[in-house]
Design a protein around this ligand. Structure first.
Ligand code: ADP
Ligand code: ZN
Length: 646
């Protein structure tokens, strides 16, 4: 219908604006980056260009002079006239032109040289002869090819030189042909301006890095006592937890320059480029020592050499060069190399040997206090009104990393500006959390009435089971507005406090809650939809983990049946039992899921009135708060109790 097709383009435009706003900082950074790395180079290019243009012009001028001199061109008729009247002093006859000097009619010499285009003139020889006899005009024939050759060759030389200059400029810029020459995108900051105060939480990481700072301040103190100085440390942690920020803070605290380069930008198409970039980076850095070299995503080059199938010689060369540089540089200069990765287990052992990245600094996802601090750091310059409660926000963002939190504050500020307010409110912040984790609301009529109804019952099914069971976290919001990241609706729960473990009872209650969506659909509509796919995936994982890893199954007891490999990004479980046991585990998972699903259906079927009432309200409002939800729930429940009592 018209409405939605009108709204969609508008919305996508808004999203772009929003993204641009957020990315602005990033872009600026990139620009800085380029400028820093290429400023010198750009100047060189300009100088070369100007010189080549001037040279070319000079050459053309010189060529011009040689071939034409300061000659006056006159028509042939003029020449004949001058010849006949005795004004020609000395003539050189070429095949296609005639060059001559003149004298005044009174016989004194005139400095001018003339040239005229020779036309076929039968009487020329006679005229010259007469002039010679009458006025002592001298004349001789000349072979044209000599001087013409010089001119032609010269013009070729100039052209080739200009072309070569042009080509060398172009290729240097694009890096297409400069094999030997590296154009590494080194990002250098003389002063990062970041201090440890800008990094919230991460106290353990800061503590171990403080030692580096002291070393950079005063390397001689350490040398004097004979201490071996640290060369490098590996910052290990998930993306967005502030590894780059910490490295910058080390540079900022030590007041030394900060060189940074991403591991992936070392490795390029051509073999040898990466290695030359590594050399270049270290050369630049050692000129500025003491300093910090930061290599982001070091796993891009440092991947274990055995694990790369078929051998990747470019990566290997780059890695070898890095190892060589690390071994080669003199620690007394005060260069510290920090590298970041989120998969330390994939790194080549050679990188981790003593004298290289032998120290590890773990950068974890922030806990509750860490999140509160991060929110505080990022809201330092943001005007916020009295409704704002950063603790509540931190509770609602369990699992978020620093980058997410920074993003949330910024999105909230943008929302406030867009709605014409001068301060950020808690509602803005909550909205920003949803925006960051679930995507933007899709405006317009996306779902049909029936679909909307199904989604509403599904979500209220989850929420009701939260309210009906102990051991679950209170509901913050229920919404059935589809989001750009793909959800059609969700129930948002916020814990009252941060949890580091979960009890068996909590896990079981969660499983029942998660199955509540599908249960509500089945109870109300007697048919089910695809909408529960995520729920099913999640509960299956939980039940499996309870059985195979947490020792929470009566049937299998404390036996570990699975191990998890990969701590950060791709956690994958590997079975540690026989096929027979595995089949039994599957069987047990099926049983447990069925039990939980039956429980969900039983609980919901006892509260169908509440389900209907809340779902109806949700369909009208599309988004409701936990409070509204509880009010309706209590009203319906009380009414039912009264009916029973009468
Ligand atoms: P990583 O290098 O670990 O992927 P970054 O250091 O690039 O993460 O973090 C991205 C952004 O997230 C930082 O610029 C900063 O704004 C924010 N951030 C991340 N962690 C923190 C933190 N602990 N304290 C403050 N800001 C943080
Ligand atoms: Zn669901």
């Amino acid at each position: 219908d018209v409405c939605s097709s009108d709204l969609y383009p508008y919305q996508s435009k808004r999203r772009n604006v929003l993204n641009n706003d957020y990315n602005k900082e990033q872009n600026d950074k990139n620009d800085d980056n380029k400028n820093n790395g290429n400023k010198g180079k750009n100047r060189n290019v300009m100088v070369l260009l100007v010189i080549s243009v001037i040279l070319t012009l000079l050459c053309w001028r010189a060529y011009d002079k040689i071939t034409n001199g300061t000659k006056k061109e006159i028509p042939y008729s003029g020449f004949v006239e001058m010849l006949d009247s005795g004004e020609v002093d000395n003539a050189e006859i070429y095949a296609k032109k005639i060059k001559f000097t003149s004298k005044e009619s009174d016989g004194t010499l005139d400095k001018n040289t003339y040239v005229t285009v020779r036309i076929s003139d039968d009487k020329l020889a006679d005229r010259l002869k007469t002039a010679h006899e009458k006025y002592a005009t001298t004349y001789k024939g000349k072979d044209e090819s000599g001087s013409a050759m010089v001119g032609t060759i010269l013009s070729y030389v100039v052209m080739i030189a200009a072309f070569y200059l042009f080509l060398s400029l172009v290729t240097r810029r694009s890096g297409m042909m400069g094999f030997g020459k590296s154009n590494a995108k080194v990002y250098m900051e003389k002063k990062t301006g970041v201090t440890f105060a800008d990094v919230a939480g991460e106290d353990e990481a800061k503590e171990s890095l403080t030692k580096m700072v002291d070393f950079l301040h005063n390397p001689k103190k350490y040398m004097a006592i004979g201490a071996k100085l640290p060369k490098g440390a590996l910052l290990v942690g998930p993306p967005g937890t502030g590894k780059t920020l910490l490295a910058k803070a080390v540079a900022g605290e030590a007041n030394v320059p900060f060189f940074s380069m991403s591991g992936s930008s070392f490795v390029e198409m051509y073999v040898g480029v990466g290695a030359s970039r590594v050399r270049d980076l270290f050369k630049q850095a050692s000129e500025m020592a003491p300093c910090i070299i930061f290599i982001d995503e070091i796993d891009a080059i440092g991947q274990s050499r055995d694990s790369v199938r078929g051998g990747d010689s470019e990566r290997e060369q780059t890695l070898n060069q890095l190892l060589a540089e690390m071994d080669g540089f003199d620690t007394s200069k005060g260069i510290v190399i920090l590298a970041a990765t989120n998969r330390p287990e994939t790194l080549d052992k050679a990188l981790l040997r003593p004298g290289r990245f032998d120290r590890r600094v773990i950068v974890e996802k922030p806990d509750l206090q860490g999140r509160i601090d991060t929110l505080k750091v990022h809201s330092r310059n943001v005007k916020m009104d009295e409704t704002v409660d950063l603790r509540e926000l931190a509770l609602a963002t369990a699992g978020a990393v620093g980058a997410d939190l920074a993003n949330i504050i910024n999105e909230a500020a943008l929302t406030a500006v867009r709605s014409g307010r001068s301060m950020v409110s808690q509602a803005d912040l909550i909205g920003a959390v949803e925006l960051v984790f679930a995507g933007k609301e899709k405006k317009g009529k996306l779902l049909g009435d029936q679909e909307k109804k199904v989604v509403a019952y599904h979500e209220v099914g989850h929420a009701l089971l939260v309210a009906l069971q102990k051991h679950t976290e209170p509901v913050q919001r229920i919404t059935i507005v589809p989001r750009t990241m793909g959800s059609l609706g969700y129930v948002w729960q916020v814990p009252e406090e941060e949890k580091y473990m979960e009890t068996k009872a909590e896990l079981e209650a969660n499983i029942v809650t998660t199955l509540g969506g599908r249960a509500a659909e089945e109870l109300k509509f007697e048919s089910v939809t695809t909408g529960a796919a995520n729920d099913i995936e999640q509960v299956t994982k939980t039940v499996r983990a309870m059985i195979t890893m947490y020792g929470m199954s009566d049937k299998f007891g404390l036996m570990q049946l699975e191990t998890v490999q990969g701590k950060y990004l791709d956690r994958n479980a590997v079975l540690q039992c026989s096929d027979k046991t595995a089949a039994k585990v599957d069987e047990e998972i099926r049983n447990q899921l069925k039990k939980a699903y039956d429980e969900a259906k039983k609980l919901l079927s006892e509260h169908m009135n509440a389900l209907d009432a809340i779902a109806q309200y949700l369909i009208e409002k599309e988004s409701i708060t936990g409070q509204e939800f509880m009010e309706i729930f209590n009203r319906v429940e009380n009414a039912e109790q009264n009916v029973e009592q009468e």
